[in-house]
Design a binder for this molecule. Structure first.
Ligand SMILES: Nc1ncnc2c1ncn2[C@@H]1O[C@H](COP(=O)(O)OP(=O)(O)O)[C@@H](O)[C@H]1O
Ligand SMILES: [Mg+2]
Length: 153
């Protein structure tokens, strides 16, 4: 499944759409270069889950940030600065998978061994300055059918 987004708003809308089908203990792995839209997409997921206002930003100086108050909790991780973190700080990530929320991980390919075998992978690519390609790949039957063909609003 491939989605093409033509604006940041559209990328957020795709995130909101995905959020409709999210369940506790889902794990979503986001990959793609800087500026490819990962954080923008997570903002849409947060909106879709009903996380109260306060924009989601990349958790640059902490590995993971929790957002409560929505339909289910959102755990947002960003592994970009992984190399700068003491290893012990990365160990806690797995514990989130067992909690009652959804874990969304930017730069998930930096810790591939940490991911549960079943997860939803979304690969972001910059097509041109305005457009992004999002390729949605369900790994495991748990995630089959999560990505809709024509995500409208
Ligand atoms: N279609 C699009 N979707 C998402 N972001 C876009 C799009 N077109 C342009 N942009 C810009 O690209 C940047 C994406 O930033 P961000 O979501 O933080 O990416 P990442 O988390 O992958 O580094 C923003 O500056 C945004 O305005
Ligand atoms: Mg980001």
């Amino acid at each position: 499944m491939e989605w093409i987004s033509s604006s940041p708003d559209e990328t957020r809308r795709l995130g909101r759409k995905l959020a409709e089908d999210l369940k506790p203990q889902d794990v979503i792995a986001l990959t793609g270069e800087i500026g490819s839209g990962k954080t923008t997409f997570v903002q849409g997921i947060a909106e879709g889950l009903g996380v109260p206002s306060g924009r989601v930003a990349s958790p640059s100086f902490v590995l993971i940030r929790e957002y409560h108050g929505g339909r289910i909790p959102l755990y947002h991780a960003d592994l970009y600065r992984l190399n700068a973190l003491p290893e012990a700080q990365t160990l806690g990530l797995e514990e989130y998978f067992e909690q009652g929320g959804v874990t969304v991980i930017e730069w998930a390919d930096r810790l591939p061994d940490l991911l549960p075998l079943e997860h939803l992978e979304i690969r972001f690519e910059v097509v041109d300055p305005e457009r992004r390609s999002l390729r949605v790949m369900p790994l495991g039957s748990r995630y089959e059918g999560r990505a809709h063909e024509a995500p409208g609003d």
